[in-house]
Ligand binder design. Structure first.
Ligand SMILES: C[S@@+](CC[C@H](N)C(=O)[O-])C[C@H]1O[C@@H](n2cnc3c(N)ncnc32)[C@H](O)[C@@H]1O
Length: 213
């Protein structure tokens, strides 16, 4: 089954509040974003945001330019339904982050919780980081959360890669200054514990030429 079909099936057959990754409040992401970026007109992209409640929190905090991108139309539909009229204040994009054309140096905050860790092929991780380097403006922030080194080895039937903060930062490289790393033990709706690591970086490219993708 291809990746889009896989995720559509998951989101079509389960309410978002029953997914293992569900958070009633995306507290750690919200705190890190608000600490890093006070400007409420900052362009924030939630990569693989799906039906996450992060967007609810960002709108409540006053952020005005939030885009939620996901492979799955069903996931985005769940989030839109939950938000009601407020959904009109968000840009929704059904797309594969490894394929979608992205504007250059246009994003102030790139957020990804529990998407990068599905990239178990090195070539996909390299491609992902190229896309970050293309789309995030120099001086912008990148917040990526994955399973920690002692987190689960699989999620929703797929293998994942697990990271220490140093390993996760290492995937992005020296042009990304690590500002903060946070370990979080997430409790799933069924009561299981899953260790996550969050890395917040500032993109400070040393080269003047941005990579084309
Ligand atoms: C484990 S869920 C995490 C959802 C959300 N970030 C959260 O923390 O609640 C992974 C999400 O990433 C989406 N996804 C997986 N691969 C993707 C890709 N290549 N491009 C865009 N979205 C993707 C899935 O559809 C799913 O909604």
């Amino acid at each position: 089954m291809d990746s889009k079909r896989h995720w559509e099936t998951i989101h079509e057959t389960k309410p978002s509040s029953e997914a293992s990754w569900f958070q009633p409040v995306a507290r750690t992401s919200l705190e890190l974003i608000q600490r890093a970026v006070r400007d409420r007109t900052a362009a924030i992209l939630d990569v693989g945001g799906g039906a996450s409640t992060l967007v609810d929190g960002l709108l409540a905090a006053g952020y005005q330019r939030v885009t939620v991108l996901d492979l799955s139309a069903a996931a985005l539909a769940q989030a839109r339904r939950r938000l009601g009229a407020a959904a009109a204040r968000v840009t929704w994009q059904e797309a594969d982050i490894l394929e979608v054309p992205l504007p250059q140096a246009a994003i102030d905050v790139w957020h990804d919780r529990a998407v990068f860790h599905f990239l178990t092929a090195a070539a996909d991780r390299v491609r992902y980081v190229q896309r970050v380097r293309h789309a995030v403006r120099p001086g912008g922030h990148v917040l990526v959360a994955t399973f920690a080194e002692d987190g689960p080895t699989r999620c929703s039937g797929l293998e994942v890669a697990r990271y220490t903060p140093e390993e996760l930062h290492g995937e992005f490289g020296n042009d990304f200054s690590l500002l903060s790393s946070v370990r979080e033990v997430h409790v799933t709706p069924r009561g299981a514990q899953q260790a996550f690591v969050y890395c917040l970086c500032r993109y400070e490219p040393s080269a003047t030429v941005l990579p084309a993708v």
